[in-house]
Design a protein around this ligand. Structure first.
Ligand SMILES: CCCC(=O)SCCNC(=O)CCNC(=O)[C@H](O)C(C)(C)COP(=O)(O)OP(=O)(O)OC[C@H]1O[C@@H](n2cnc3c(N)ncnc32)[C@H](O)[C@@H]1OP(=O)(O)O
Length: 315
C-alpha cells in the first residue's frame, strides 16, 4: 500500500517525509527535522531570527550533566522569566544542541529564581504588534517547541511559581509536568485578547481532551497542582519541606523523579522515546513501520547482548 492511500488528509512535510523516505530514527537525528514551517510555507527562519535579536535580555541556559539529564533554564528574573526575542533565538539554539547530544537521555525545563515563565516579553509583543511579525514569531516558536517535544530525550517541565501565557504553552512542549505546591499554570491568552500561538492549544487538547482544554482556555483558569493532577495536565506534585536544611530542591526532586525513566544506556532510552513519539504522531501503519526501524537500532546492540549474556530475570 502506498503512503498516499493510507493518508486521509494532507500532513505536515515532516510526517510525509518519514512516510515516503523511511526511517524516522534517521529523520530524528537530522537537525531541524521536527520543524513544522520551512521555506515551502514562505517562512524564513533567518529573517525572523534577525528581528527577534532586536529584543535583548535574559538567556536560556543549558547544563548537560554526566547523568544524561540536562537542565534547561529560562533565565530572565527581572521580568518573571518572560521570553525576550533574544531568548527565543537562544532556545532554538539550545534545542539544536540537545538534538545532537548523543549521550543524552532526559531534559528538565525550569525557570530561574523559583518561577517558571510569564510568557512573551510584553515589551517585545508591543513592538511587534503588526500581524505579519506576530505570525512569524508564532511560526518560529511553534517550530522550536515542536522540536523540543520531538527530542529523543524524555522531557519534564518543572513548574515552580507561575507558568503564564506562552509559559503555560512551553509546559505542554514537554513529555511530563511536575508542579510544586503553590505553582500555577494559566493560559491567560483570553485576557490578552489572544489564543495560544506557540502550539499550546493543539498540545493541550491531546493532554487533557477538548472539553477540559476549552474550559482552561475559555475561562483562563488558574490550574494549581491539585487541579493539574486531576485533569491529567500534571504528572506529580513536588513536596515542600518546611525544614529548609532537609528539603530537597524542586530540581533535585524532578531529577530523581525523571531518573526512574532514564536508567539504562542512552541508545535504549532514546529508542523508548522515539517509539512513543511515533505512536503519538503517526498513523498506526506508519508507526508500526517506524517502530520496526527503531527496534532494528537496538536489537543485537550492546545492551541487548549484555542482557542476554547475563540471563537476567525480571522478578
Ligand atoms: C503567544 C504568547 C502569549 C503571551 O505569552 S502574552 C504574555 C502573557 N503573560 C502575561 O501577561 C504576564 C503579565 N504579568 C503578570 O501577570 C505578573 O507580572 C506576574 C507574572 C503574575 C507576576 O506578578 P508579581 O509577582 O506581582 O510581579 P510584577 O507584576 O511586579 O512583575 C515583576 C516584573 O516583571 C515584569 N513582567 C512580568 N511579566 C512580564 C512579561 N510577560 N513581559 C514583560 N515584563 C513582565 C513586570 O512588568 C515587573 O517589572 P517591573 O518591576 O515593573 O519593571
Amino acid at each position: 500500500m502506498t503512503c498516499r492511500m493510507v493518508l486521509r488528509a494532507p500532513r505536515p512535510r515532516f510526517l510525509r517525509s518519514i512516510c515516503c523516505f523511511g526511517s524516522w530514527a534517521r529523520q530524528l537525528q537530522r537537525q531541524s527535522s521536527g520543524s513544522v514551517y520551512s521555506s515551502i510555507h514562505g517562512f524564513s527562519q533567518e529573517e525572523i531570527k534577525e528581528k527577534l535579536q532586536a529584543f535583548p535580555g535574559g538567556s536560556i541556559d543549558l547544563l548537560k550533566q554526566d547523568s544524561g539529564i540536562a537542565v534547561l533554564t529560562i533565565n530572565n528574573p527581572p521580568r518573571m522569566n518572560a521570553f525576550s526575542g533574544a531568548m527565543m533565538v537562544d532556545l532554538e539554539e539550545k534545542v539544536t544542541q540537545l538534538e545532537n547530544w548523543t549521550d543524552g537521555k532526559g531534559v528538565i525545563v525550569q525557570g530561574a529564581a523559583q518561577t517558571f515563565c510569564s510568557g512573551s516579553d510584553l515589551n517585545a509583543v508591543r513592538a511587534m504588534s503588526n500581524s505579519q511579525d506576530g505570525m512569524k514569531m508564532c511560526m518560529f516558536m511553534q517550530n522550536t517547541l515542536t522540536r523540543l517535544l520531538r527530542l529523543p530525550l524524555i522531557s519534564v517541565a518543572l513548574v515552580e511559581g507561575n507558568a503564564l501565557g506562552g509559559g503555560a504553552e512551553l509546559t505542554t512542549a514537554c513529555d511530563f509536568r511536575l508542579m510544586a505546591s503553590g505553582s500555577v499554570i494559566q493560559f491567560v491568552h483570553k485576557h490578552m485578547g489572544l489564543v495560544p500561538g506557540w502550539g499550546g492549544a493543539a498540545r493541550l487538547v491531546t493532554l487533557v481532551g477538548s472539553r477540559n482544554a476549552l474550559k482552561l482556555l475559555g475561562g483562563a483558569v488558574k490550574v494549581d497542582s491539585d487541579l493539574g493532577v486531576h485533569i491529567g495536565l500534571a504528572d506529580g506534585v513536588l513536596k515542600v519541606d518546611l525544614d529548609a536544611a532537609r528539603a530537597e530542591t524542586g530540581l533535585q526532586q524532578a531529577e530523581s523523579w525523571l531518573s526512574q525513566y532514564t536508567k539504562g544506556p542512552a541508545p535504549v532510552i532514546k529508542a523508548v522515546k522515539k517509539v512513543v513519539l511515533s505512536g503519538r504522531e503517526l498513523s498506526l501503519s506508519d508507526a508500526l513501520r517506524t517502530e520496526k526501524d527503531i527496534f532494528g537500532t537496538v536489537w543485537g546492540g550492546p545492551a541487548n547482548l549484555q542482557a542476554l549474556a547475563s540471563k537476567s530475570k525480571h522478578k
